[in-house]
Design a protein around this ligand. Structure first.
Ligand code: SAM
Ligand code: SF4
Length: 321
């Protein structure tokens, strides 16, 4: 079992399989062009899998593949099949922007993927294009509906931003309710890579907007979920991810691996340690030692909850959110 220095059990590994992306969401990517990490620095799926096996043996129960955009990485379905073949009980999930999903959804499902979170910030084409800086909505919606059709459990992630999509909170909720998806609104996490003028909505503001049309109840907090869930009167549940709240980190059960082979203990801080050379050389014991050191150094909480509302310098497209 993996326990961090604050007594939290860590059983959730998030793997960012690439930092590259076919979108440039304003809340995630820098406005100016920048250079990607060279391909030779990126871990192969075979090398990632060596670490995945060791971490499953140590008690990891849930694995999420993310990015950048994970569907840009060739053979993602083969990587999923490798993990599923090693331990079919792993809660195996993917987070994607959905743009390339339509043609691969059934392959991912057949490989062993169980659940999929898809980002959908707007149902209006020009607003979706403004956020992603590309005309994306039609393909994303087709991807979402295909994922549902092939039998994947679908959740929708949405980041409400003032003056851009804050007037669509009810519409997004109603779209998800109609399609049978849970929606989770994510508070914008301030970071130095995002467009600097953006202001996200806090949980209380999101709840205020929803309460203008619906009555809802706050549900007891599930210890392993980053989201606070609420139930409408007809039983439909929606969630809000509230990293600005003081107790958000109390139940953090996760560790992150980047495509370059860095283990990251917290989404907020720059701290990271590399396992790349160890896994490439097959020295898994050393990689596990690094994992244990990173867990010992895992901070107790992020700094988004502080009054000063500080920016993180960590890039979401590297860590996978
Ligand atoms: N490209 C995929 C996608 O967009 O779903 C996976 C990677 S993305 C970094 C994972 C999640 O992080 C997405 O749901 C995205 O909306 C969210 N995200 C990115 N930047 C964020 C920010 N600054 N604040 C809150 N959520 C953010
Ligand atoms: Fe790409 Fe996802 Fe970041 Fe948008 S949020 S730029 S889709 S990695």
């Amino acid at each position: 079992m993996l326990i961090d220095a604050h007594g939290r059990k860590v059983d959730y590994l998030r793997i960012s399989v690439t930092e590259r992306c076919n979108f440039r969401c304003q809340y995630c990517m820098p406005e100016k062009p920048f250079s990607w990490v060279p391909k030779e620095n990126i871990l192969s799926f075979e090398d990632m899998f060596k670490f995945v096996k060791a971490s499953i043996d140590l008690g990891i129960k849930k694995i999420r593949l993310t990015g950048g955009e994970p569907l840009l990485r060739e053979d993602l379905d083969k990587f999923i099949a490798m993990i599923y073949g090693y331990d079919s009980s792993i809660d195996l999930a993917l987070t994607t922007n959905g743009f390339l999903l339509k043609s691969v959804a059934s392959r991912l499902k057949n490989a062993g993927l169980k659940r999929i979170n898809i980002s959908l910030d707007s149902l209006i084409p020009h607003k979706a294009a403004k956020i992603a800086q590309k005309d994306v909505l039609k393909d994303v919606l087709e991807g979402i509906l295909e994922a549902k059709k092939v039998g994947l459990e679908v959740k929708i992630n949405s980041v409400p931003i003032q003056g851009i999509n804050d007037d669509e909170i009810i519409d997004l909720l109603e779209f998800c309710k109609k399609e049978g998806f849970k929606i989770r609104f994510i508070e914008f996490m301030e970071n130095s890579h995002a467009t600097s003028s953006l202001k996200g909505l806090k949980s209380s503001q999101i709840q205020n907007i929803i309460s203008q049309k619906y009555n809802f109840l706050k549900l007891p907090r599930e210890s392993s979920s980053p989201a606070q869930y609420f139930a409408l009167e007809d039983g439909y549940e929606f969630g809000i991810i509230e990293p600005h709240l003081d107790d958000f980190c109390t139940s953090c059960n996760r560790i992150r691996l980047t495509a370059e082979g860095y283990l990251i203990p917290c989404l907020y801080f720059e701290d990271a340690m590399s396992i790349r050379d160890y896994v490439r050389n097959g020295d898994i014991d050393k990689a596990v030692e690094v994992l244990k050191t990173v867990l010992r150094n895992k901070p107790e909480k992020n700094k988004w909850s502080e009054d000063s509302n500080t920016d993180s310098s960590r890039a979401f497209y590297e860590t996978g959110g």
